[in-house]
Design a protein around this ligand. Sequence first.
Ligand code: SF4
Length: 442
Amino acid sequence: MINKIETVSLKTLGCRLNQSESDCILDSLIKNGLTHVSDDQNPDLIIINSCAVTKQAEAKTRGAITAAKKKSPMGKLVVVGCYPQESAEKVLAIPEVDLVLGNHEKYKIIDYLPSLEKISHEEKEHCVSNMLDSNVDNYTFPIANICSAGSTTRAFMKVQDGCGYFCSYCIIPYLRGSVRSRNISDCIDETKLLVDKGYKEIVLSGINLGTYKAETGENLAGLLKKMLAETDIKRIRLSSIEPNLISSDLLEIIAHEKRICRQLHIPLQHGSDRILKLMNRKYKSSDYKSLIEKIKNQIPDICIGADVIVGFPGERDDDFFEMLKMLEDLALSYLHVFRYSKRPGTKASQFKENVKNSVKKERSKILRDLSLKKQKKFFDSFVNEKLEVLFEKKDKHGFYIGHSDNYIEVAVKNNKNLINQIIYVKVCKVLEDKVEGELLVE
Ligand code: SF4
């Protein structure tokens, strides 16, 4: 039995946004006197910041709960975020869990500690607001003073939350609520804080980042302009943006501002217009194709990635091959391939024509192989070229590992410590998942 909760460990599952939110949760607990420890140091409090975007994500969350409790049997276990938001009952039914908090409540764990200290394991607590009803604004964008545990080079900064698109397969609007944007002065303050702490790169994150709209009227391009003008951050990278939200203004900035990374992740989801319509996406395949061509013409060395889903209900062979052909032709650098996973409560969960698992697997393999080919082709195009790399760590073989602004992983052998430095590298050869290079300037 724990008398006083003094130490905490935190495990994050899912997206980059969850990571940045975990940093905020941890920061507030540390400010309230708790000590952050690793999960093998018998923490008094174990937090699992969960994901429920797919069935697999839920299974991973359950696995993380069991593993954490095995390591620290005496710790109180709190599950927060999207899995409780999707089904508090399912999480409460997991024997190891002591407290369950939703997306609205997760920043207030500190308020629950006194009762958590008192209750026995049999008496569970939970609090999960309906994200579509509640007034969530006050707790959406706390400023973190520590960022991106495990990284001292790149910080994820949440500037937007929620989504009102309601794609038919997606549970996120129900878990995250309506669109909210962080005000610009807070974004600038946090950027300055991160620069002072030595971070070189900030990744702007959101659930539907392209819908960013500040109280003062600025859109995402406006936010970037202000961050460039008012802070000394060396690099800004954008997380995923919906294709219909990529403005000419945004492309202008990426094309002309060296401090904005030349990388865009633009979800496609499918290449058949019939399926895109069933998915309730806001564009046709021809719009997406024209967009990629326009971007590549304007910013030739840009890295463009895409999410695609195979096995959406009703996806026939001809739909899949239409998507395959489209993807083969497009100048994308990599694909994130997802197998459709039914999410109860979504419109698509009512659709009847389910695709067999074996077919989903086969289609997914074809697209993953294509992704590897595309990645290799992209890497090959930089052999003997110069890339600007931010080094993040040293691997066990003695290579310094970093990423170029256009998101190529680069390995370099060097005697001096390169971590957290931005340096030009000449690409010498292409390895399986990265390139090897040599420093041009030490
Ligand atoms: S844009 Fe569509 S896929 Fe993305 S979070 Fe919103 S509903 Fe989900």
